[in-house]
Design a protein around this ligand. Sequence first.
Ligand code: PHE
Length: 343
Amino acid sequence: MEQLRIQIEQYEKEIENAIVSTKDELEAFRIKYLGTKGLVKSIMGEMKNVPADQKKMAGFMLNEFKISVENKFEELKSAVGEDSGEIIGTVDYSLPGDDLPLGTRHPISIVQNKIMSIFQTLGFAVAEGPEIEDDWHNFSALNLPENHPARDMQDTFYLNEDPAWLLRTHTSSVQIREMQKGKLPLRIICPGRVYRNETISARAHCFFNQVEGLYIAENVSFADLKQTLYFFVQEMFGQDVKVRFRPSYFPFTEPSAEMDISCLICGGSGCNVCKKTGWVEILGSGMVHPKVLENCGIDSNKYTGFAFGMGVERITMLKYDVKDLRLFSENDIRFLNQFKAAY
Ligand code: PHE
C-alpha cells in the first residue's frame, strides 16, 4: 500500500510536468496514461494485491489519481486546440446567450432541510457518518441480539466482498459513533440515506432518507422527548395538527413509542392515506436503552437520553400529498418542477 502511494506520487509529478505541443503528442499522452493498456488501467489492477482493510483507502487514492490524469488530459487537449484548423463560421458575440433551464431543489432535500432547521433552533447539531457500516455500529451496539430478524439477509444488504460490512439500515449507527466520542451532553440529528432490502412499491423502497435525533444529558425525561417532538410537528405541519404516542418496541430504546399525527389529507375523518383511522404514523422514538449507553462507554446511572427516527420520504409524502414514493428517485422533471415554489 505504501509502495503504491509512492508510485502514484511519482507518476503524479511526471504527469503534472507533461507538456504536448502537437495532436500526435497529445494522442501519445492519452495512449500512455489513459489507453486500454495504459498506466491508469495497469495501476488500477494493483487493487487486487491490496489487503482488504486498506482497500477503501487505496480505492480512493487510485480514483483521485485517475481523475487528475483525466483533468490533465483535458487541459492539454484545450492547450493543443483540438478544434483548431476548422472554420466554424462567423459568430456574433453580441447576441444574448441561450437560456439555461434552472433546476429546482429536490422535494426530499427541501423537507430534509426544513427538518434540520427546526431541530437546529432547539440546539441540535448535525452529525453525519458512513453509509457502509460494520455490524457493530449498525446492530450490536444498538442492542440488537444476534438472532434479531432485522439482521436477516432480507432486510440488510451485506457487501459481497466482505459480509462483515453492510449498507446501514438506519442512521442510528451515526448516533453510536457520536456517543463513542464521549462528549456530553450530546444533542444531535443525523440525516442521511439508508438501505433496506425491501420490494419496491408505492410505499417502500430499497433506499430512503432518514433524520434521526439523539439527546443525552443528566435528567433527560420522556416529557422532554414528547415536548421536543410536539414542537417539531407544529413547526412542520402547523398548529392544528394533533399528536398521539403509541407504545412500541425497539431494541435500542426502553420505553419506546411511535408517534402519529392526525391525517393531513382528511383532517382526521378517515381516508385511504390514514386507512380510515384518522391517524398516520410518522416516527419511532424512545428513551435510550441503558445497554446502548454502556456499549458506548456512557455511565447510564448518571446520564439518560431520548432518541427518535423518521423517514424523510414519508413526511414529504404527507406534506405534499405525494402518493407514490418511487417518484422521488425517478427524477421525472415534470414531477420535480412542481416544487419550484416550495423553497
Ligand atoms: N432506528 C429506527 C428505525 O430506523 C428509528 C428509531 C430511532 C426508533 C430512534 C426509536 C428511536 O426504524
